[in-house]
Design a protein around this ligand. Structure first.
Ligand code: BGC
Length: 787
């Protein structure tokens, strides 16, 4: 849609200062009408198209304006737009002079609005072409108000909650002057040893795609540049979650079929949702580093998917092309990344892309290539309105950060994310007079830092609510709490984030103290009516460079759990971590287990509400929970081969089924699925289907259930997984009520990448279909696809 000039005149712009002066500067040299439209109007034009089309190619006005700038830029200024630098400390004269010379296009890790304004003044007032900086940051699950970690939000199976949470996160970010989130991470992860499983949506491409799109919508709003929103970045393109041995950064070897059917769909979904940027991954993909991989960054991303935004490298990943034994030197690294399709280099120091002007002058790259790389960056800045409104209102930023509105969203998301794994004899919710004295035990029970999880840098720790604090606020009057930490837990090798931002300074207990604290915890349990144990992993045990070789509860937590259980008191185990830990013993001996992930700023309240039944758990696992690390990788959507009847006993020492299946999660009520109905028994290729099922709440409390639909293709060009998720709906059902849930299946749901034909195919065959409350759903039907 072309913007209309008369609308343009009356259009309001966002809050900002000195707008008139900068618009005058901006207008100088503009020769066409489209070059002078306020960006708000240009953005509206894009709004019509943002969801399903390729933004920058579509919007001619934005493009013309970017092109007008490109015509005035020197090769050095163009290379400057392709450079993104870290800024961890206060800016110094060198940094400011680089910005003034137009050598920097973007900065990351600046979160103080006054520093952002200061640097933006340098860029806009001192650089020759007055091009504003774009500020990026890892707004992974909130800025100051912290939301549940992304894997937790995926466990809500609720795209609406996810969208709302990321919109609230975007609001805080935009208020301080951050325009761009390095999120969502949409990497599929099937190996829980990999620490970054916390940042994604788990193991499944269908769920992962829905979550990816919801996050993009949340961050960006209806269009790039929407007020209170920021640009999203789908990362890490692609395959990063399949690191060998679950070791972060290690190589990845994936067949085309795995890539196309499992690892790429969430990226495609983000692109279809209009994501503005993509981050290239660190590792080798099938022998070619992702950051120098033209097949990925050009053939798939641009040619096939028509992505029109820009690609930023992961931190120092361009330089790293030398480490991979791929590029000969920095200049070669720059050429390889640039020609593969990396627009912007995220560098620890202005680095490899410094070599681009020389490469241009030597004729190794031409101005068309250079302009094509810079154009989408300029376009993004235009769409964001940065030329008109480069500065933020610092007073408003202070009001927005940590506001009640975001906290409420965070609380809601935390309550909706928790997964109830076990609840024998309805121990939960806690109620009645038998629960007057509660022992709260564990190294994570009163932690205000761990409860917000990793990837938190701006959070005010004192604002988050620990589990103990939450319980004290929510419990009925007269409830007595005793608390005991019991054990300390720590990493063997320190976290890189602790090295950068300072880790925990708590002194390590002596052996005598360890014994004393352990015994005290058991004693605390003895004198209680019920015990709430909060165990798991500290926040720095999950995240980047936080892989581990085992899945045991770190430290002496298992021993403590067993000692407390031996007192005979009923134990509620609250699991705080982002990966499935070893729960074989607990799943037989501990009556209630609630997985709360890292629930965020309001986590303590959310957990207390869940434990007391003020909120009813309805989260579902976004991965299969292994019995033992030796089963990894384990996922429900595997293929069947020889002796399927022995599938469950492939190991002679342990069952080969998971401890808890993908999609699993209990409630405080009971649901029944019935009346599964498909509107056709046979369809022709290209046609869709409607599937209906009744969900009945036969319990006594209103609660949510996630109806899940799985498909299996009986025969075809390639063999297909035993089941694949192809639909889900989270619904709220009152006691005694029955709701009919509908699923639409279309051609895309019946199509896959065939390794045999090396193309997308839809086979004519029979499909099995199941609907239920997890990936073991038993309500069965089927249909046939005919030519
Ligand atoms: C991570 C990215 C992150 C970047 C900037 C890298 O180490 O892999 O996910 O966005 O740092 O913090």
């Amino acid at each position: 849609m072309k913007p209309h000039p008369t609308v343009a005149k009356s259009s309001p712009t966002l809050h900002g200062r000195n707008r008139g002066a900068f618009q005058r500067k901006l207008l100088a040299g503009c020769t066409t009408i489209s070059m002078i439209f306020p960006s708000t109007i240009l953005q509206r034009g894009f709004a019509q198209e943002a969801k399903n089309t390729k933004p920058s190619v579509q919007d001619a006005a934005v493009r013309q304006r970017a092109d007008a700038l490109l015509q005035q830029m020197t090769p050095e200024e163009k290379a400057g737009q392709l450079s993104q630098l870290f800024l961890f400390t206060k800016p110094d004269a060198t940094m400011e002079s680089r910005i003034a010379k137009g050598q920097v296009g973007s900065l990351l890790f600046v979160t103080d609005p006054s520093v952002i304004n200061h640097l933006q003044h340098v860029a806009v007032e001192q650089s020759r072409l007055h091009i504003p900086l774009i500020f990026g940051f890892d707004v992974i699950h909130g800025l100051q108000t912290i939301f549940p970690v992304p894997i937790a939000m995926a466990a809500s199976w609720d795209p609406d909650t996810i969208e709302r949470a990321q919109a609230a996160a975007a609001k805080e970010a935009r208020a301080v002057g951050i325009d761009w989130a390095f999120a969502p991470m949409v990497d599929i992860a099937r190996d829980p040893r990999w620490g970054r499983i916390v940042e994604g949506a788990g193991a499944d491409p269908y769920l992962g795609s829905a979550v990816a799109a919801a996050q993009v919508r949340g961050f960006q709003g209806a269009y790039i540049g929407a007020p209170d929103h920021i640009v999203a970045c789908a990362k890490h393109f692609a395959g990063y979650g399949a690191a060998e041995g679950g070791r972060d950064y290690d190589s990845v070897d994936l067949s085309d079929a795995q890539l196309r059917n499992v690892y790429l769909p969430p990226f495609k979904s983000a692109v279809d949702a209009g994501v503005g940027t993509i981050m290239s991954a660190y590792m080798d993909l099938n022998g070619v580093p992702a950051t120098g991989n033209r097949w990925l960054l050009h053939d798939v991303l641009r040619d096939e998917w028509k992505f029109g935004g820009f690609v930023v490298s992961d931190a120092d990943a361009v330089n790293n092309l030398q480490t991979h034994g791929f590029a000969a030197d920095k200049a070669d690294a720059a050429m390889r990344a640039f020609t593969a399709g990396v627009n912007m280099e995220m560098a620890l120091n202005k680095d490899a892309y410094d070599n681009l002007p020389a490469a241009y002058k030597a004729g190794k790259i031409n101005s068309e290539q250079l302009d094509a790389a810079v154009r989408p960056i300029l376009e993004t800045k235009i769409r964001l309105g940065l030329f008109e409104n480069p500065y933020v209102d610092e007073a408003r930023a202070a009001q927005v950060l940590g506001a009640t509105e975001q906290k409420q969203e965070s609380l809601r998301a935390a309550e909706r994310s928790a997964v109830l794994l076990r609840n024998e004899h309805a121990l939960l919710p806690l109620q009645g007079s038998g629960n007057r004295n509660i022992a709260v035990i564990g190294p994570l029970a009163d932690s205000k830092r761990d409860i917000t999880g990793p990837w938190v840098f701006v959070n005010k720790e004192q604002e988050s609510v620990s589990v103990l604090e939450g319980l004290k606020q929510i419990a009925p009057q007269g409830t007595q709490f005793t608390y005991s930490q019991g054990v300390q837990i720590s990493r063997k090798f320190p976290s890189m984030f602790d090295a950068i931002f300072g880790g925990d300074k708590t002194p390590v207990w002596t052996e005598a103290e360890q014994k004393q604290e352990f015994d005290k915890a058991v004693q605390t349990a003895r004198s209680a009516d019920v015990v709430v144990m909060v165990l798991g992993e500290r926040q720095n045990m999950d995240g980047e460079a936080a892989s581990r070789s085992s899945l045991e509860l770190p430290g002496r937590q298992q021993e403590l759990l067993e000692a407390v259980a031996a007192t005979g008191k009923p134990v509620v185990l609250v699991m705080m971590s982002a990966r499935p830990l070893e729960l074989r013993w607990a799943s037989k001996n501990i009556p209630a287990i609630l997985d709360v992930w890292y629930p965020g700023t309001e986590g303590g309240i959310a957990i207390a509400n869940l434990l007391y039944g003020k909120a009813v758990p309805a989260g579902k696992l976004p991965y299969d929970w292994p019995r033992d690390v030796g089963q990894v990788p384990i996922f429900y959507s595997h293929d069947v081969t020889h002796q399927p009847e022995k599938q469950g006993t492939r190991y002679w020492n342990e069952e080969s089924t998971p401890l808890f299946p993908f999609g699993y999660g209990l409630s405080y009520t009971n649901f029944q699925f019935s009346n599964l109905h498909i509107n056709h028994d046979q369809i022709h290729r290209g046609e869709g289907l409607d599937v209906a099922v009744d969900v009945r709440n036969s319990g006594t409390v209103t609660a949510d259930e996630v109806a899940q639909l799985y498909l299996h293709q009986q025969s075809g060009t390639s063999s297909r997984p035993v089941r694949e998720l192809k639909g889900f709906h989270r619904v709220t059902v009152a006691p005694g009520e029955t709701q009919t849930v509908h699923f639409n299946l279309d051609t895309a749901d019946l199509t896959y990448w065939s390794a045999a034909t090396r193309s997308w195919v839809q086979d004519d065959t029979r499909f099995d279909l199941w609907v239920g409350d997890d990936s073991n759903a038993s309500l069965h039907s089927g249909f046939t696809v005919a030519p």
